[in-house]
Write a protein that binds this ligand. Sequence first.
Ligand SMILES: Cc1cc2nc3c(=O)[nH]c(=O)nc-3n(C[C@H](O)[C@H](O)[C@H](O)COP(=O)(O)OP(=O)(O)OC[C@H]3O[C@@H](n4cnc5c(N)ncnc54)[C@H](O)[C@@H]3O)c2cc1C
Length: 200
Amino acid sequence: MSGVFDKVKLTVGAYIDFRVTETEVRRYTVSNFDKETQSMEFIVHLHGKGCGADYMNALQPGDVLSLNKPSTMIKYYDSSFQQYIIFGDESSLGLAQSFAPVLKQNKHIFQFIFELDEENLKIPEILGLESVIVYPKTGLFKNEDWIKQLPVFPLQNEAHIKFILTGNVKSAQTFRKVIKDTTKSKVYLHGYWLEGKKGL
Ligand SMILES: Cc1cc2nc3c(=O)[nH]c(=O)nc-3n(C[C@H](O)[C@H](O)[C@H](O)COP(=O)(O)OP(=O)(O)OC[C@H]3O[C@@H](n4cnc5c(N)ncnc54)[C@H](O)[C@@H]3O)c2cc1C
């Protein structure tokens, strides 16, 4: 999406509320911003079950949109943490893209963990994301005992690690419970969508 974004201020995970119908808005993360070409990128899961996904799917090159300002209220990134473990699903790929250059530039240790539908398993690789573990979205992250076996555990230097948990609310909440029960790491949870619930 290109436009005049001279005055736009962006932070890691900044998102825009898109008006997708006359009465509904949906949130999407700015995954990348190129100052030179004045273009903003978003990665949208076209899951086919909601007005946000339908709106994004219907957009055509040349469409003109009037956008809300990006929201930079959420402070996902804190340079004082040495290590980041970032979890999510298709709806979190934009967040991962927005995080990746900052994590690399500031020399953090990081690990992305995704649960993805079968047809999307290769997307992190296609996007060029590094240090990624991908699991099929088959309910694994709703099982505490299974989460405890993830290769990131046991943690080293747990007080220096920040977990960012996004995507499916139930998966993120189950993951948080395991972290809270078994480690001293900092956790930031922001569920992006919930089964059967319209909007969030
Ligand atoms: C801060 C923030 C940033 C976000 N960034 C992104 C982003 O960059 N890219 C992105 O794709 N999404 C992102 N999301 C998630 C997106 O806003 C939600 O998925 C939203 O519900 C989509 O709206 P919808 O109208 O398509 O579906 P809704 O009308 O909200 O829901 C209709 C049905 O679809 C289901 N549903 C909703 N989302 C999904 C999904 N992702 N997968 C499967 N089923 C779903 C619901 O459970 C419901 O049954 C973000 C959310 C937040 C809060």
